[in-house]
Design a protein around this ligand. Structure first.
Ligand code: CTP
Ligand code: MG
Length: 261
């Protein structure tokens, strides 16, 4: 393993607990290496604050909230691995979870692959979760893990669409785009993360599939395996554009208000 891909040491200092117990079974890989171009100028998206805490820390906590998750691998912006490591050390995280930070790649796909490369032996279920979905509830995480435990090779949380979707011929010059088809909305789902996988299947998919994909389950489909959906959650939305930051702050404010009662 080269210096560049060598995992940084456990940030929370709890590796011994799992080494002793040998109970490491489910890991979460969090791709967080994107720049966040659609969010506008500023720090890399995963490092932007939501309610005073970096988005990535929210996402890490969301994965570590599941008792089944014993290891979280954060794939950091290529130049930001040291910064991410100290962020994790500075924020309270569950003691029972191990944390590893590795630098990411040019594409999301490459970042996920770099995260998979550092998984230790003994992990047989892998979640892949976007740092950009910081507010996914633990019940959604647990539902995904449970479906993989029940035998599915690839599990995706998903929701019905609110909008009707049109297939078009994309225009590059701003002219009106001709519609090619209108797929039946009832048969469409918007997919979220964490997506859960049998580890060996996901690793094979990343070795075999070179086409550009926007989700990991799509790679497993390419291999010819069945992917199944479980109910997603509206709070698992992806922070993509500036308005999504407003929504995320509102969700956090609502949680704080509810916690007060
Ligand atoms: N991601 C990554 N490595 C990349 C590109 C993306 O780890 N080279 C991660 C992002 O950090 C994010 C997730 O993949 O957590 C989903 O990607 P997206 O929402 O598209 O984030 P960005 O690529 O950062 O945003 P944009 O496309 O607007 O630049
Ligand atoms: Mg992107």
């Amino acid at each position: 393993m080269s210096d560049e891909t060598r995992p940084l040491d456990n940030a929370a200092g709890s590796a011994a607990g799992n080494a002793a117990g040998g109970a490491v079974r489910t890991a979460a890989v969090i791709p967080a290496a994107g720049r966040g171009v659609r969010l506008g100028p500023g720090a890399p998206k995963a490092l932007r604050a939501l309610s005073g805490t970096p988005m990535l820390v929210h996402a890490v906590r969301a994965m570590a909230a599941s008792r089944a998750v014993s290891l979280v691998v954060v794939v950091a912006p290529p130049e930001g691995a040291a910064e991410v490591k100290s962020l994790l050390a500075d924020h309270a995280l569950p003691e029972r979870t191990d944390f590893v930070v590795v630098p990411g790649g040019e594409s999301r796909q490459e970042s996920v692959r770099l995260g998979l490369e550092v998984l230790p032996a003994g992990i047989d279920i892998v979640l892949v979760h976007d740092a950009a979905r910081p507010l996914v509830p633990v019940d959604t995480v647990d539902a995904v893990i449970e479906a993989v435990r029940d035998g599915a090779l690839a599990v995706v949380p998903a929701l019905p669409l609110a909008d009707t979707v049109k297939e078009v011929v994309p225009s590059t010059d701003g002219s009106p785009e001709p519609v090619v088809a209108t797929p039946s909305r009832a048969k469409l789902r918007a997919v979220q993360t964490p997506q859960g996988f049998d580890r060996a299947t996901l690793v094979r998919a990343h070795e075999a599939v070179t086409e550009d994909v926007t989700d990991d389950a799509g790679m497993v489909e390419h291999l010819g395996h069945q992917v199944v959906l479980v109910p997603g959650h509206e709070e698992a939305f992806k922070v993509t554009r500036p308005l999504d930051l407003v929504l995320a702050e509102a969700v956090l404010a609502r949680r704080r208000a509810n916690d007060g009662f």
